[in-house]
Design a binder for this molecule. Structure first.
Ligand SMILES: *Cc1c(COP(=O)(O)O)cnc(C)c1O
Ligand code: SF4
Length: 375
């Protein structure tokens, strides 16, 4: 039996095999003070049923294919069935019943010269350095991988680093996954150090959802490590203003105080943030915790995530409601990722009504028309 505290502070006993079943974590490799955090995560229907009335059978069928992992911290955000936090974390039968979309619509696997590294743009690469996540977000665009540990090994890391070394055009290295901050400090530092040493690499980015789903992982020690390899930009991932808890705010200030510029990549998701008031609150709250909204991603056509899809029209309407109405610092760029690995393209609501050789006719954020002379 394993004793642990549930999110409301009660002591709970669970048979160890419940917790370790289908458990991708290699427990023995985790630092001691992490284990409780990891062990407290909800990974099966039985554990979840202690908190919410759920259809265990249904959840089990979904988790056979797409595993579940919810940190106590994230679980504590859920207020009711189908709320934005529930939708993002609790398996839903539509994941297996609606199989529209593709496993890998962006052809990441075909643009992968060495395992776990995607080279789509000439000057930057995305390097998956961890096969673990603190939470399995139900809408994950890399569901094909995060659902099945894809075995980041010592070899895939070293091969990736060698690839970067041998390609002098690569200036910008994005550490992603899974979640890079699931790596122990020592392993993360090893990677940062190796990459930082490469002369042509000018910039390292870390893409992580940890400040949102497991903010306690962001320690001063971690920030101290990261800052040694500056410039390192950390792109966080918040999708709803309710996710910006006191703990997340603290995590972000630890990073910001270490001089680490913070961005946020939000995914537009049905039933989570596909509304203007929610999106405004999220963007305003982000800049208050010194996180600059970077991208608002239109959801990709990934199998198992159809119930999160929204129309481009909705996305553009939301963007129109941001531009001009709230501080320009609050405004992310709205991006679609083209199928077949075409890359990202920004979308903008239309402001130009007419374009002639003499003048532009434009509509401002209040809807009034203005003429602007062409040079
Ligand atoms: C999004 C992405 C990048 C980074 O794109 P930026 O627009 O520079 O943030 C790099 N590689 C891959 C494969 C990507 O999907
Ligand atoms: S943390 Fe990122 S990679 Fe992991 S499941 Fe969530 S969205 Fe996917």
């Amino acid at each position: 039996m394993i004793n642990y505290k549930n999110p409301t502070g009660e002591n709970v006993k669970q048979p160890a095999e419940n917790i370790l079943k289908k458990e991708p974590f290699r427990m023995e490799n985790l630092p001691r003070d992490w284990r409780n955090q990891i062990q407290d995560s909800i990974v099966n229907a039985k554990q979840l049923s202690a908190y919410f009335p759920i259809d265990m059978k249904q959840i089990e069928t979904v988790t056979e294919k797409y595993p579940m992992r919810i940190t106590p911290h994230y679980l504590s955000l859920i207020r009711q069935k189908e709320d934005p936090f529930w939708r993002q974390s609790i398996p839903c039968v539509e994941e297996i019943e609606n199989d529209s979309g593709k496993e890998d619509p962006l052809h990441e696997e075909r643009q992968s010269p060495v395992p776990n590294l995607i080279h789509r743009y000439p000057d930057r690469i995305l390097f998956m350095v961890s096969d673990q996540c603190a939470m399995h977000c139900r809408y994950c665009m890399r569901k094909r991988k995060t659902g099945n540990p894809f075995f980041v090994t010592h070899d895939t890391i070293e091969t990736g680093i060698a690839y970067i070394k041998n390609n002098s055009k690569i200036r910008d290295v994005i550490l992603s996954g899974g979640d890079p901050l699931m790596l122990e400090d020592k392993k993360l530092e090893h990677i940062l150090k190796q990459v930082h040493r490469i002369r042509h690499v000018e910039l390292i980015r870390i893409h992580t959802r940890i400040p949102c789903v497991w903010p306690q992982r962001i320690t001063r020690k971690l920030a101290e490590i990261i800052r040694r390899y500056h410039p390192v930009y950390v792109n966080t991932h918040f999708n709803h203003p309710g996710e910006i808890s006191t703990e997340s705010e603290k995590a972000c200030s630890i990073l910001a105080d270490a001089g680490i510029p913070l961005g946020c990549q939000t995914v537009l998701l049905r039933g989570v943030n596909d509304s203007l008031p929610v999106m405004r609150r999220l963007m305003k709250k982000l800049i208050r915790i010194r996180v600059k909204p970077y991208y608002l991603h239109h959801p990709d056509s990934v199998r198992g995530t159809a119930h999160f899809r929204v129309s481009l029209k909705t996305g553009l309407r939301i963007m129109k409601g941001l531009h001009g109405h709230i501080s320009g610092l609050c405004i992310p760029r709205y991006m679609i990722d083209l199928p077949h690995g075409g890359g990202k393209v920004p979308l903008q609501p239309e402001y130009i009504e007419e374009y002639s050789s003499k003048k532009l006719t434009l509509r401002n954020f209040r809807g009034s028309l203005f003429h602007y002379p062409e040079a």
